[in-house]
Design a protein around this ligand. Structure first.
Ligand code: SF4
Length: 247
């Protein structure tokens, strides 16, 4: 891997957020680029790797993040998300190494599809990973990619001792049917262990305006999930022995 001083990262948004992007108060950077094409994406402006963003070198970013230390209260730290943060893999890894050396708590939010994802585990305090659909064909149909690399990575994460937060965007007509629920439970039970949590995030339309602003068609229709249906998913997972959370 090249030296961190030669590397840059491009991000399209940054800011503090409390408890929703990992523990405590966190400085969250949204890195550019994503390899998936979810039609419900709430950050379509960050999907393309060449989308508008700010580019900074890794060492300067690490210094800025380390100097924000007093803000990381209640177990907080730095979260790298996206888009899909692992698309800028080597600079991301270099940044995580620098942060960990400085004692900063680190977390990434990822779609978990990058083949080298497990290389990052030693430099993370928390891994937040999406699992969008248990059926490979439907996963491909909705996101444009297979879920097998995701399954492989989540198995590897579950075999580590890393706190692992699994997130499912729950979307009517996509993954809120009984067959999907059975698939989620079967896979989550297979990889379940202490420190693994599951969260269902009900569909929202925060992205609609952004898609339209960019001249892109927002194609999701009738995708809202009722609170009762989401609670049914949560209850079924709890009954299967899973630790279900809401952040
Ligand atoms: S994986 Fe996340 S960032 Fe990428 S397209 Fe899907 S919702 Fe958007």
């Amino acid at each position: 891997m090249a030296d961190a001083s030669e590397m840059v990262l491009t991000y399209f948004q940054k800011g503090f957020n409390y408890s929703q992007d990992g523990p405590g108060n966190r400085l969250v950077y949204h890195l550019n680029g994503c390899n998936l094409r979810c039609p419900w994406c709430s950050n379509p402006e960050g999907m393309a790797p060449d989308s508008k963003g700010r580019t900074e070198d890794v060492k300067a970013l690490a210094s800025a993040m380390i100097s924000a230390g007093p803000m990381y209260f209640e177990g907080g730290g730095v979260t790298l998300t996206g888009g899909e943060c692992t698309l800028q893999f080597d600079p991301l890894k270099a940044l995580l190494i620098l942060l960990r050396e400085a004692g900063v708590d680190t977390c990434i939010e990822t779609n978990a599809s990058h083949p080298r994802l497990p290389e990052l585990f030693p430099y993370l305090n928390t891994l937040i990973a999406d699992f969008k659909h248990p059926d490979p064909e439907l996963h491909r149909q909705w996101t444009g990619t297979d879920n097998l690399p995701v399954i492989r990575n989540l198995r590897a994460a579950a075999a580590s001792d890393l706190p692992l937060q699994l997130r499912v965007p729950l979307i009517h007509g996509v993954n809120d049917d009984d067959a999907a629920l059975a698939g989620f439970i079967a896979f989550f039970k297979e990889i379940n262990r202490p420190g693994l949590t599951v969260e269902f995030l009900r569909y929202h339309e925060y992205g609609r305006e952004k898609w339209e602003k960019q001249g892109l068609a927002y194609t999701m229709k009738d995708a809202f999930v009722s609170p009762e249906r989401a609670a049914f998913f949560e209850r079924a997972c709890k009954e299967a022995g899973l630790h279900v959370i809401r952040t």
